[in-house]
Design a protein around this ligand. Structure first.
Ligand SMILES: Nc1nc2c(c(=O)[nH]1)N[C@H]1C(S)=C(S)[C@@H](COP(=O)(O)OP(=O)(O)OC[C@H]3O[C@@H](n4cnc5c(=O)[nH]c(N)nc54)[C@H](O)[C@@H]3O)O[C@H]1N2
Ligand SMILES: Nc1nc2c(c(=O)[nH]1)N[C@H]1C(S)=C(S)[C@@H](COP(=O)(O)OP(=O)(O)OC[C@H]3O[C@@H](n4cnc5c(=O)[nH]c(N)nc54)[C@H](O)[C@@H]3O)O[C@H]1N2
Ligand code: SF4
Ligand SMILES: [Mo]
Length: 734
């Protein structure tokens, strides 16, 4: 029997694609992008196009496993294979298959023991972006840990600095919808690797360019997106706040701002004017490395070629000053008034529009029932420090799901030291034997999105989707929801919420007061697959700043249904004042500059104290992987050149390094061996390397041995792009 099932890609990617899975006799035989989805438009990225290889990989975890050997990186048969054809990521001797009953008993027993001896906060959940689907990413798991009274995890590894920066100005996490980019005439991709990380925005940009739009890329790395831009501006890492201030300097001085919009819809323009006055192009040029004429030209073009839009992405906020940098960039459309125009504004994230009923999904009240207060919060970025030094109580039990901290967490050597502790009881729920499962006591098998049903929001568009189950779970795999439901039973948790079915939970998720969900229920999602959020609904004054504008506003809009989403055309910002806050009292109360503060990163070659490690490393994501996911899949790995250190020719020559040589890359935290690539993608003083599984790399080390646990200025996020290193020749290519 043959059927086609509508699903949605749950990976940590703004595009949240609609996916059609063909199933024949119970086996998935084809995956394709949903042609009816207005943003997916029938295509998938290269990695998910190969998803059948992932679902049916011989390397899947299919049964619960108990460790029998020592904790530590499994040695891989690494000798063969630049691209791993004969390699497998499945461990060989360390594991013993057990039943789910045995596994659940053992986990429950350990959690109870730890609770009695050290208190429930000695248990730490650790999850992130393995799946972003609403139920499997954050529902039954949260209920479970709340009822248990476990420590709370501050999930700050990715986006908090940017979110805080954005919200400090506009008060909410919404922005220009991707479809509107087709109507822009000036598009700035600011720290935004669209080809690599957000490929479904590209067709809209191409459409705009066919009509004469200009694409500008601001990125210290010459990405694939930069390579096909109309204008590429390499910028010194971590200096974006200065560039934005410099642009505002020119825009204000030359009267290119929208005085009417500014006076009606912003707060603190005079303070901003004073701050921007301190950043004339000469000063900005020194910091950013961008020439004075280019700064002036960028500012003038951005303010006068209309509509102009900024796609700013999270790369900008992975530096020490990333929160303030995002804040400064977010001010630009607020002073030019480009929020008023179809194809104007800015997008960092669209996630704030979905507003599911999170309280009922996650039940934080259960934690108060158990502990009488909120549990302590532990920042996931600091896992190394936490596992090695935290007391009162120490972390004794760790439950990892939907994350691979032994690959993705900064300061890898410290993370591994912590995970190796013999007294730490670690459970990992996974689809594959990752870097992290190597340190688990119990490994549980997890379903992929083919094998369970869920609801999918997005952080790059405004369509809510149903992701239906396409096939039966492989082996004994269970979804996150099923796993935590079973564990709750084992722990004796009796609250009714632990017995809810997936459908009931979806209904709860949708039973929110968010007006944008009006008229959207499970039955409709099941029937239609994707549904555009209800921007046409009554409340143009909702908390999300909804204010629909008829699509006829644009001449090219005939093909589009309903209205454009123009959240801030009439002002109506999500801040307390309802205005775009160019001056923020909340920041002042935190002891920060209420306008914008530029603090040069300490991990910067411009810091004189940094002389032993003079190169700034961008510890980037690979275009063909998703963080560490897909690293182990031979058909995907073939598309990506792994283990490279990209370095400028001047820096290479100074170290007698030639293209193809093996180099040692090091700082005080650690060292790795990579292959030098001298190809002009980075400027002098900057090097770049990308994320990969540690155990598939030489000496089981990846680039996170070099990154630090230092946190950003706002939001306490990770600083993967503020890293200083030195490079030396290790072995010349023969
Ligand atoms: N193919 C692929 N897609 C992905 C991911 C992946 O790993 N691979 N990861 C997903 C995840 S988790 C996320 S959060 C999103 C993130 O998507 P993006 O926010 O686009 O993420 P990054 O790749 O971290 O950064 C974007 C760009 O910022 C640049 N950059 C670094 N430092 C600076 C700086 O100081 N200033 C400026 N102007 N630019 C800088 C980087 O070189 C990079 O090209 O993508 C998602 N999509
Ligand atoms: N050096 C460096 N480090 C980085 C970054 C960087 O740019 N550079 N990016 C950072 C960013 S932005 C992020 S978001 C983090 C991401 O960090 P993580 O969220 O840990 O990301 P992944 O590496 O994708 O690991 C997710 C794991 O979840 C598993 N998984 C997938 N679906 C499910 C499921 O349904 N259930 C369970 N139980 N498991 C599942 C996958 O097999 C995979 O091993 O990494 C950060 N680390
Ligand atoms: S990873 Fe992103 S681009 Fe690729 S299929 Fe998933 S949502 Fe689409
Ligand atoms: Mo991320």
């Amino acid at each position: 029997m043959k059927k086609v099932v509508h699903a949605a890609c749950p990976h940590d990617c703004p595009d949240a694609c609609g996916v059609l899975i063909t199933v024949e006799d119970g086996r998935a035989t084809k995956i394709q992008g949903d042609p009816a989805h207005p943003v997916t438009r029938g295509f998938l990225c290269a990695k998910v196009a190969k998803y059948l290889d992932r679902v049916y990989s011989p390397d899947r975890v299919l049964y619960p496993m108990r460790r029998v050997g020592a904790k530590g990186a499994e040695p891989q048969p690494r000798s063969v294979a630049p691209h791993g054809q004969t390699r497998t990521s499945v461990p060989t001797q360390t594991w013993q298959r057990i039943s789910w009953d045995e596994a659940l008993d053992e986990i429950a027993e350990n959690f109870k023991k730890i609770t009695v001896e050290f208190g429930s906060e000695a248990i730490l959940p650790y999850s992130y972006g393995g799946t972003l689907a609403a139920l499997n990413s954050a529902s039954m798991d949260r209920r479970f840990f709340h009822r248990l009274g476990a420590s709370q995890l501050a999930r700050n590894i990715c986006s908090n600095a940017g979110e805080e920066g954005l919200k400090s100005v506009i008060g909410t996490q919404v922005g220009t919808e991707p479809e509107q980019f087709a109507h822009s005439r000036y598009i700035i991709a600011w720290a935004s690797n669209i080809h690599g990380n957000n490929v479904h925005l590209w067709p809209f940009i191409e459409e705009a360019r066919r009509k004469g739009a200009k694409l500008v890329v601001i990125d210290p790395y010459r990405t694939r997106t930069a390579a096909c831009a109309d204008w590429y501006l390499p910028i010194n890492p971590g200096t974006d706040a200065v560039l934005a201030l410099g642009m505002m300097h020119v825009i204000i001085e030359e009267n290119l701002y929208d005085a009417d919009y500014v006076s009606h819809h912003t707060l603190g323009f005079e303070e901003l004017r004073k701050k921007a006055a301190e950043y004339p192009p000469e000063r900005v040029s020194k910091w950013t490395g961008i020439s004075i004429p280019d700064i002036v030209k960028l500012a003038r073009e951005y303010a006068t070629i209309r509509p102009s839009v900024i796609r700013v992405n999270y790369g900008v906020q992975r530096s020490e000053g990333g929160g303030m940098a995002t804040r400064a960039i977010t001010m630009l459309p607020c002073i030019t008034g480009s929020w008023k125009e179809v194809g104007g504004g800015l997008q960092l994230s669209t996630s704030g529009a979905f507003g599911l009923n999170q309280d009922e999904l996650k039940r934080p009240d259960l934690m108060i029932d158990t502990l009488g207060r909120p549990a302590r919060k532990i920042n996931m970025v600091e896992l190394g420090k936490v596992l090695n030094t935290l007391t009162g109580p120490p972390v004794k039990g760790l439950f990892v799901y939907g994350s691979n901290p032994a690959a993705v967490c900064p300061n890898h050597n410290e993370v591994v030291r912590g995970l190796s502790r013999p007294d730490l009881f670690t459970v990992v729920h996974e689809q594959f034997f990752t870097d992290t499962t190597d340190y688990a006591d119990i490994v549980l098998p997890a379903t992929t999105f083919f094998e369970h049903k869920d609801l999918q929001t997005s952080y790059g568009h405004y369509y809510l989707q149903m992701s239906d189950q396409a096939i039966e779970p492989l082996g004994e795999c269970r979804s996150n929801v099923e796993t935590f439901r079973a564990l709750a039973q084992r722990m004796g948790f009796e609250d009714a919420c632990f017995r809810e079915s997936v459908d009931e939970m979806m209904d709860i998720a949708l039973s929110s007061r968010n007006p944008l969900l009006d008229g959207i229920d499970r039955a409709r999602l099941e029937k239609e697959g994707h549904v555009r959020l209800n921007f046409g609904s009554k409340n143009s004054n909702g908390a999300t700043g909804v204010s629909p504008v008829p699509r006829e506003a644009s001449p090219e809009s005939q093909s589009m249904d309903s209205e454009f989403f123009m959240p801030f055309a009439p002002g109506n910002f999500g801040t307390a004042s309802g205005k775009a806050e160019l001056y923020s009292e909340a920041l002042r109360l935190q002891g920060l500059d209420p306008v914008v503060e530029f603090t040069p990163p300490t991990e910067s070659r411009h810091n004189p104290a940094a002389k032993n490690f003079p190169l700034e490393m961008l510890a980037r994501k690979a275009d063909n992987f998703l963080n560490s996911t897909f690293s182990n899949l031979p058909s995907v790995e073939k598309m990506e050149e792994v283990g490279l250190l990209e370095i400028n020719s001047a820096d290479a020559e100074a170290r007698q390094v030639k293209d193809g040589d093996k180099v040692r890359v090091f700082n005080r935290r650690g060292e790795i061996t990579l292959t030098a690539r001298v190809d002009g993608k980075v400027q002098r003083g900057v090097v770049s390397a990308s994320l990969y599984w540690a155990k598939l790399s030489p000496n089981s080390k990846n680039i996170n041995v070099l990154t630090s646990e230092k946190l950003t200025d706002l939001g306490n996020s990770a600083t993967f792009y503020s890293v200083l290193v030195e490079v030396e020749l290790f072995q010349a290519a023969s």
